[in-house]
Write a protein that binds this ligand. Structure first.
Ligand code: PEP
Ligand code: MG
Length: 537
């Protein structure tokens, strides 16, 4: 049995087989072949397998993220079945006597360039898709796996690192646990693991030959055991049963109020990134959604989600929550959440760079599309909107002007919308310090402690090497939170926390003392916090 330790990101025990995700670069070399018929058959077999994979992914995605978001897989499958694409691959193999990998790579490049040079933005965006599908066929020809397609069995994912865009594409119902070598506890992949409520460990010395082997992930101790012996397995099966019992006991708290013995009340909302997280929200009895990270909609895609696509997702979330508050954060792309089709330039300091509201205020077309979708969806539930990475009153005023434009356009088109509370995230020290001024401009504050801590302590939240210096309970951060709550209340608005610190059970009592009105946390943290609140004086 091999035992490797790392840093725990989310508790729990997982028992299953390892699926090692490799990110092999598909290096394509040109080889001369003699039997062109055999090579064409090789291509056809790989292509059919790719189409099958894409159709299966489409089926899964429809259930998880809805028809509109799933369509990309169908589009990819159709590209591979296109006559022009196949003719080009066949011709290259026959006329130049080259291997299938080379013919596919060349065809992919040629088609991608052709799309990129088209006038229409829609076709330009297909350029990335054609490269993606070609890459999938080449990976199959190389006999490898295809990244985030994790197969049908429930698995423990082991990888060097996982980007948020890869994580969101995985079939969540088949994920037992995450183990990575790189990554930090505050990275978005770690946050996704917490949202899904699955054990996760980072900073582990992983090995590729673990692939397919039985393993146990201990999310309490932060370790992975490969090829566990029978005694160890029996011990951990028992621990899993105890976990289940504890969870059942917590279920007794469903339907109860978040109220202390002396009658102080606080709202407990859930953080989500996707419609597929809604099941956990309902199961754990969240009072609403305090943070819907809308950028995950953009991360899952290969081109900008349209107003209609976004509208359907926001509407679905609002309707599922049936009148409970749903706070949707506008696009927070940039920093660790990179999307190719935004064409963002490489930056020296992406966390302090062109991200979030800075992109929205300079690329108004993207921002307005999202706002229109949000306002339209507000007619179907209790939607509130909040804006990330604010540093000044001026930014808030600019946002308000754009919101007014959007409302005017909707009015003119006779499109109905509801009353939408407007809030901002307090996640920069600047915003915390001028929160008295900002409070006069908005309806609520939601404190993003992940970024607020990173910027206050000048510690990159992605850099695991700095863990020793990272103190999540640093007095500077706690004092800023206190100041923000005080300034909010003086201006008559409410303040909550939506960063990971909100779920820190050792701070729940302190947050109650500070008078926070809301904590928004991963769905699995709601009932444990409710328990502490109800036991507090
Ligand atoms: C935060 O910064 O605390 C936050 C909630 O936003 P994100 O983690 O998505 O940056
Ligand atoms: Mg943030």
């Amino acid at each position: 049995m091999i035992s490797r330790e790392g840093k725990q990101v989310f508790h729990g025990i997982a028992i299953g087989r390892v699926r090692f995700l490799t990110k092999k670069q598909n290096v394509v070399t040109r080889r001369k072949i003699t039997d062109t018929d055999a090579e064409i058959t090789r291509y056809e077999t790989a292509k059919n397998q790719a189409v099958e994979q894409l159709r299966a992914l489409y089926g899964k995605a429809v259930k998880e993220v809805g028809e509109v978001n799933a369509q990309i897989f169908e589009v990819h499958a159709m590209m591979l079945e296109d006559g022009g694409y196949n003719d080009s691959v066949h011709n290259l193999i026959r006329s130049q006597n080259v291997n299938a990998e080379y013919a596919v790579a060349t065809t992919g490049d040629n088609f991608a360039e052709m799309f990129a040079n088209m006038e229409d933005e829609y076709f330009q965006a297909r350029s990335i898709d054609i490269k993606d599908v070609s890459e999938r066929v080449i990976t199959i020809l190389h006999g490898g796996d295809t990244g985030s397609d994790i197969g049908n069995e429930p698995v423990i994912i082991v990888a060097e690192d996982l980007a948020p865009s890869e994580t969101v594409q995985m079939d969540k119902s088949r994920l037992l646990a995450f183990v990575t070598h790189l990554g930090s506890a505050n990275s978005h992949t770690a946050i996704l693991a917490r949202t899904m409520g699955i054990p996760a460990v980072i900073g582990v010395d992983i090995e590729e030959d673990w692939n397919g082997r039985p393993a146990i992930v201990d999310g309490y101790e932060g370790k992975i055991l490969i090829d566990p012996d029978e005694t160890t397995l029996a011990y951990y099966r028992e621990r899993q049963k105890e976990d289940e019992k504890k969870k059942e006991l917590l279920l007794d708290l469903k339907g109860r109020e978040n109220v202390t013995k002396s009658g102080q009340k606080i709202n407990l909302y859930a953080n989500i990134g996707n419609v597929s997280d809604l099941a956990g929200v309902l199961e754990n009895d969240a009072g609403g959604i305090g943070l819907f990270r809308s950028e995950f909609l953009y991360l899952e895609k290969h081109t900008f989600p349209t107003e209609e696509e976004q509208f359907r997702v926001y509407r679905q979330v609002a309707e599922t929550m049936a009148g409970k508050k749903v706070i949707i954060r506008t696009l927070d792309i940039g920093a660790d959440k990179q999307v190719d089709y935004f064409d963002l330039e490489k930056e020296e300091n992406p966390a302090m760079g062109y991200r979030a509201i800075r992109i929205c205020l300079t690329r108004k077309d993207i921002f307005k599309t999202q706002l229109r979708a949000l306002f339209r969806a507000s007619n179907f539930g209790n939607i509130a909107v909040m804006y990330p990475m604010i540093i000044s009153v001026e930014e808030v005023r600019q946002i308000k002007e754009i919101v007014a434009e959007v409302k005017k356009e909707l009015d003119e088109a006779g499109i109905p919308y509801g009353t939408v509370e407007q809030g901002i995230m307090i996640e920069t020290p600047a915003a915390a310090v001028i929160s008295d001024m900002l409070a006069k401009e908005v309806d609520f504050f939601s404190i993003g402690t992940n970024d607020l801590t990173q910027y206050t302590l000048a510690i990159d939240r992605q850099n695991a090497k700095l863990d020793a210096f990272y103190d999540p309970h640093h007095e500077a951060v706690l004092r800023l939170i206190e100041l923000v709550v005080k300034n909010a209340h003086e201006a008559g608005i409410w303040a909550g926390i939506c960063g990971e610190l909100g779920a820190d059970l050792t701070l729940t009592k302190r947050f109650l003392e500070m008078g926070l009105d809301e904590l928004s946390v991963s769905p699995g943290s709601i009932l444990p916090i409710r328990q502490i609140i109800r036991e507090s004086e």
